[in-house]
Each structure stands twice: as C-alpha cells, then as structure tokens.
Design a protein around this ligand. Structure first.
Ligand SMILES: C[S@@+](CC[C@H](N)C(=O)[O-])C[C@H]1O[C@@H](n2cnc3c(N)ncnc32)[C@H](O)[C@@H]1O
Length: 307
C-alpha cells in the first residue's frame, strides 16, 4: 500500500492512491451495498460484465440486455469475440482496453458516464477471474462513479464443456484450482502449480500460461510430479477455431510447440481431463430421494443439493 492511502484520491491522476484508499476502507468495514442488493435488482453505475469465453451465445441474458442499452462499451480486445460486439453492441461506441492504462481508461469511462451515457465495461470470461476489474472499479468509485459486477462464463468452464468432463468428479477430482504460472506478475515462490497437482485430486486450471506450457511441465517433472499425469490444452474454447491437445505432463510441451499456440488457451491438469475412474455421487443413488422431510443432508450430515 502506498503512503498516501488516507488522502482523498484523484483516481484519474493517481489510480494507485484510489486503490489504496478503497482497500483501506474495506479493511474498516464492508460496503453497505453488499447487504442491500438482491439478485435480479437493477443496480446503478457502470457494470463490469463477463462476456463469456467467446461464443456470443455464452453471454448471459443480463449482459446482453446491458450491452443493448449501452452508448459506450470498453472491452477486453481480442479475447472478446468481435461477433459478440457486432451482434450485441449495435448502438454503442466500442473501445478496446488493450494498450490503455488506468490513467486513460478511468477518465474515458467516468466522463462518458457523467455526460449521461450508459457505459459498460466488458471483460472476457468472468471479470472476477484474472480480470483486473477491481482496480478499475476502485478507481471509478473514488471518482464518484458507482460500479458493479455481472458475472460471465469463465474459460475454465468452457474448457470443461469442450473436454466433455466435470472439473470436479467424485473420487477423482474433489477440488479445483484456478491458477497461473510464474512470471512477471507471479514470483516463483508463489507458483503453486506443483503443489496443486501433487495433491492428486485437484483439477488444476492454468490461465495465462499458454506461452509457458513447456517450462511449466519441465518444472513439474523436476518437482517430482508423475510425468504420466493427464493434461489437456484447450485453445480458444467455444470459438469456431477451438482446438484441443491432450497428452501428459511429459508430452504436452512438445504438442503445444508443434501446434504453435502462444496465447488464449486453458491448460487443465489432472484426472478430470480423461474423466476416468470416478465414483458415482450419492445424489442419484437413493440418499437424496428419501422423502419430503429430508432434503438437505445425507446420513453423514453432508449437504445434498441436487444438480
Ligand atoms: C486475462 S485472462 C482472462 C480470463 C477471463 N476473465 C476468464 O474468466 O476466462 C486470459 C486467459 O484466460 C484464458 N482464456 C480466455 N478465454 C479463453 C478461451 N476462450 N479458451 C481458452 N482459454 C481462454 C487463457 O488462459 C488466457 O490467457
């Protein structure tokens, strides 16, 4: 946190001070809007909308309606399908955020909003996953512009659909980790990919790691991970040029180099990739269908929610 966290923040001039002030305020207490909002209510301000993984049909209905009313849509560039923009942003000016810093983006959105325009910030997938949404929201809020999030389908979910599997599978994959490889943003000591994979029952979904697959796999082997661990790479999940590479920790590095993908792919590691050797859930085995008095817990006291 910077030294001037308590100072009034001029977000357009100094987004970091606005972010620090917002973080400090959150440490003091929750935003009262957390308790006021009810699902389905209209909210005020600039929505941060998840565009989904690419296929325009995977945009939510809420997102589509917001885009239909928008005058200005600031979008995430190449990860947002231009067909989606053409189809749903009919009357809006569309601006890519690629190459723009907060000092440029915040005044752009603020000025348009204050001029009475309907502004939408469109992120790829879901804004809450590797989306850098909060820093923009903090900066806008400190300028007096309310914001809120409209979720979207994150690319790991689109990749699971492509792979015709579940990210969680009883007995095979009890947990999911969304992670990214070490690099400029993530220090080596904060790279936990080997820890997740070593656990054995975690489906590890690597975002922002297409370019780093060979070295990531080499590192896993060096750290003692079984080279036969299944891995899939789903390039451009849900796009017309979607492609799937499947292999193991030992083989996938060569496969992706041969394919030439350097960005826009989801790397999925673990037994869920092959969807083999899983156990049936209790859901459809009788425990969940025992009668009207017992709809929330099984014999072991576990929550049972049909899905
Ligand atoms: C900046 S992150 C944004 C993630 C996004 N917020 C989400 O929820 O999917 C970009 C990374 O997401 C992944 N990604 C985004 N769209 C994808 C798609 N259609 N197929 C596969 N991976 C995708 C890639 O790993 C890419 O490097």
């Amino acid at each position: 946190m910077s030294d001037d966290a308590d100072a009034p923040a001029d977000a357009a001039a100094n987004p970091q001070a606005a972010i620090d002030a917002a973080s400090a305020a959150r440490a003091e207490g929750r935003d009262p809007r957390l308790y006021e909002h009810t699902a389905g209510d209209d909210q005020r301000g600039i929505p941060f909308v998840g565009a989904g993984p690419g296929d325009p049909r995977l945009l939510t209905v809420a997102g589509r309606d917001l885009l239909a009313d928008a005058d200005l849509v600031v979008h995430a560039g190449s990860l947002v399908n231009s067909e989606l923009l053409a189809e749903y942003c009919v009357d809006a000016e569309t601006v890519s955020s690629i190459g723009k810093d907060l000092e440029e983006l915040i005044p752009l959105m603020r000025d348009s909003y204050e001029a009475g325009d309907t502004v939408v910030r469109l992120h790829s997938g879901d804004p809450a996953v590797y989306g850098a949404a909060l820093e923009q929201m903090d900066a806008l809020e400190s300028e007096g512009v309310p914001t809120y999030i409209v979720p979207g389908v994150t690319s790991a979910f689109a990749a699971a659909a492509t792979l015709r599997t579940q990210l969680t599978l009883n007995g095979a994959a009890n947990h999911v980790a969304f992670t990214r490889p070490q690099g400029k943003t993530l220090d080596a000591e904060d790279d936990h990919i080997a820890d997740f994979v070593e656990m054995g029952d975690v489906t590890t979904c690597i975002y922002l790691g297409t370019h780093a697959v060979p070295e990531t796999m080499d590192r896993l082997v060096e750290e003692g991970i079984d080279p036969e661990t299944p891995v899939a790479v789903v390039y451009h999940a849900s796009w017309p040029d979607e492609d799937v590479l499947t292999g193991t920790v030992a083989t996938i590095g060569d496969e992706i180099e041969d394919a030439g993908y350097r960005a826009s792919a989801m790397v999925v590691i673990g037994d869920a990739v092959g969807a083999g050797d899983y156990e049936r859930s209790y859901l459809y085995g009788g425990w969940a269908n025992r009668g009207p008095d017992d709809d929330s817990a099984d014999d072991a006291g576990e929550e049972v929610e049909a899905d």
